[in-house]
Design a protein around this ligand. Structure first.
Ligand code: ZN
Length: 391
């Protein structure tokens, strides 16, 4: 289990070491890269605003459609109440007609029409009064017909309102689906925004340190960093520590997560807070403090008999040099770490180390992440054997 965790951490470390490193060749290029990413971020912000507006509009539309549905439901209720009222009226009119018909057909019973007709003063009057009753019946009949028509109209209106409600509900469903899509793309944009913020922060640091070096070496910003930094030529590398033992070799090995992976440096096991020196004369071109994977890191640029190399020292407990500083083999660049209080699990910052050691790398050229086996250029004892001198 411990071994598995160890290799997992190792793989993560390899990954970080591969993506690390500065890519811009000139200060101008570094500035251009920064400006391009700032422009990209502005475009992202605009896109985020667009999607936020779309979300706002869709939410507004949904709210309007819901209000409409409420209104339609109110109208349906009113229509139903109207139908009820008309039905009641029809019933009342029906009773009235029944009474009138009762009189006309049977001419008995106790009702107001009978009384009305019986009060006739003459036969002509009787005929007249009968005709009035008959007309009343017809009038009521017509009224009932009209009311039935009204009921039909109300029912039709109710159906139409139901169709409108259905349509609104469908529209709401469509809008809600759109909202889901918008929210997903907004989340993606937010992630992209955070990522580009991180990149911009890195680029700003790069520009800052390029500016410092270009000013220090009095170079034009279009001149390549390689040309700008006139580094004294060294004859070769020596061991970066006075003592220690090799606990892990440079090279490919199996990783339970990523398969075959490159361990980009050689691990020198030594206790905490021992001096670490530059492996050759050169200029400090990289300083990373308290990286979550690698801890304190120093990178030095060297000119070894006309060929440019960089050495990198990782998991340091502390850093003793500054950017652009010229160093020699006797310059103490920092103290060893990778164990004790520097470990994440002990409340430190480095999650990519399991014990006190120096991860020592030699990189080809002034940029890129191609490493070479440090054993090719530095005399180290066999794995497991300790040493007590720098050469
Ligand atoms: Zn290592």
């Amino acid at each position: 289990m411990m071994k598995k965790i160890f290799y997992t951490i190792l793989c993560i470390l390899c990954f970080f070491l591969l993506i690390g490193g500065v890519s811009a060749k000139t200060l101008k290029e570094a500035k251009d890269e920064l400006n391009r990413d700032i422009a990209n971020r502005n475009a992202l912000i605009q896109k985020q605003k667009d999607v936020q507006n779309r979300i706002k509009n869709a939410e507004g539309d949904i709210s309007n459609l819901e209000d409409e549905i409420e209104k339609y439901e109110q109208e349906i209720e009113e229509t139903l109440a109207e139908i009820d009222r008309l039905n009641e009226e029809i019933e009342a009119k029906q009773i009235e007609i029944d009474n009138l018909l009762n009189f006309l057909e049977v001419a008995d019973g106790d009702n107001v029409y009978l009384e009305y007709i019986f009060k006739s003063k003459s036969f002509t009057d009787f005929i007249y009064r009968s005709a009035v009753v008959e007309q009343l019946t017809k009038y009521n009949d017509d009224l009932i017909d009209q009311m039935y028509n009204l009921i039909e109209e109300n029912k039709k209106q109710q159906e139409e309102l139901n169709v409108k409600i259905d349509n609104n509900e469908k529209s709401i469903e469509k809008l809600e689906n759109k909202l889901k899509t918008y929210n997903v793309s907004l989340k993606d944009l937010e992630t992209a925004h955070t990522n580009i913020d991180d990149t911009i922060a890195d680029r700003k640091r790069t520009v800052e340190y390029y500016e410092k070096l270009y000013k220090q070496y009095n170079c034009k910003e279009t001149v390549e960093l390689d040309t700008c930094l006139t580094v004294e030529s060294a004859s070769g590398f020596i061991r970066p520590t006075k003592k220690g033992s090799i606990s892990s070799e440079w090279g490919y090995r199996r990783c339970p997560i990523h398969g075959r992976e490159l361990h980009s440096g050689i691990d020198v096991a030594l206790g905490m807070n021992n001096p670490v020196y530059a492996a050759a004369s050169g200029v400090v071109v990289g300083i990373t403090k308290r990286s979550s994977c690698g801890g304190n890191i120093v990178t030095i640029r060297h000119n070894i008999k006309g060929t440019i190399y960089r050495t990198r020292y990782m998991h340091l407990a502390s850093i003793n040099v500054s950017m652009g500083q010229k160093v020699t083999v006797v310059t103490e660049i920092g103290k060893s770490g990778g164990g004790g209080y520097t470990l994440r699990r002990n409340g430190g910052w480095d999650s990519c180390s399991t014990g006190a050691h120096l991860h020592f790398m030699i990189l080809k050229g002034s940029t890129g992440s191609t490493t070479i086996n440090p054993r090719k250029m530095v005399k180290f004892p066999a794995k497991g054997k300790s040493f007590s001198a720098r050469w």
